[in-house]
Write a protein that binds this ligand. Structure first.
Ligand code: 5RP
Length: 257
């Protein structure tokens, strides 16, 4: 791996090889989703506890100070909406030239394995990897399921993650599931997990992060379970303690008090 690529990855994955990424890219197909209506307000208090921010260029340019110092993982796929016909119908939405201009540490896109647009989204990935390899910019593949949340089992996620890695993704974002070790073992690049829709309690999300890291995930790229919590700062601190300090869920819970 070239120096530039390694350098960018080391901004995201800290010395322990793990990361707490904050996902705030949801507006690209969900619009002003609850608690992210004003991204600046949501992001600002969480920045000191964030290893990398995952977001779109619109929110980056308008809501994040350029001197913040937090590494950026830029979402570069989209072209769909929650009220449209098919969430899997995504294209690439940002040129690599603009990603370089924004000094991002990685670019991210969704792949929709098994969907009507599987082929298109996988070719989006390979095109991005080709450009990323030229410029030293890592590519994060998100194994998206759209509205079909029931797809999130080990067989499907192992398939999607492995395909992403085979096609050149430098790291993969997926969901935690039963038998998650199988997903980790069959994927030769680092995995981080999304939180998914807000769970019933903060402890549910803390337990999810704990089980994922214990099973081999290199961290989280979590959104709603942090910023839709009643205590977003406490929640991100709790998740950090799980990811970076090996805290138990009980110990992590102290940050919520
Ligand atoms: C949307 C995304 C989100 O970044 C991802 O789902 C993570 O956020 P959450 O923890 O809220 O699921 O990629 O497509």
């Amino acid at each position: 791996m070239d120096w530039g690529m390694k350098n960018r990855l080391s901004r995201i994955f800290k010395q322990d090889g793990r990361t707490v990424m904050l996902a705030v890219d949801h507006g690209y197909f969900l619009g002003p989703v609850s608690k992210l209506e004003d991204p600046r307000k949501t992001i600002e208090p969480l920045m000191p506890y964030t290893d990398a921010l995952m977001l779109t260029r619109g929110v980056l340019r308008n809501c994040v100070p350029a001197d913040s110092g937090v590494p950026v993982v830029l979402r570069v796929s989209g072209g769909n909406s929650i009220v449209g016909k098919d969430l899997s119908n995504e294209g690439l939405t940002v040129s690599m030239e603009d990603a370089v201009r924004l000094n991002v540490s990685a670019v991210a896109l969704s792949i929709y394995v098994g969907s009507d647009h599987e082929h298109q989204t996988l070719l989006n990935l390979t095109a991005l990897v080709d450009e990323g390899e030229c410029l030293g910019i890592p590519v994060l593949a998100v194994t998206a399921v759209g509205k079909e949340l029931e797809k999130r089992d080990a067989k499907y996620l192992a398939l999607s993650c492995r395909i992403a890695a085979e096609l050149g993704a430098h790291f993969v974002k997926t969901y935690y599931c039963d038998d998650f070790e199988k997903v980790v073992k069959s994927c030769p690049v680092p995995l981080v997990i999304a939180g998914g829709p807000k769970l019933n309690t903060e402890m549910d999300a803390i337990n999810l992060a704990y089980k994922a890291v214990r099973s081999g995930a290199k961290g989280v790229d979590m959104g709603r379970n942090i910023w839709q919590s009643k205590n977003p700062v406490g929640m991100i601190k709790a998740i950090r303690s799980i990811v970076h300090e090996g805290a138990t869920p009980k110990k992590a819970q102290q940050f919520l008090k």
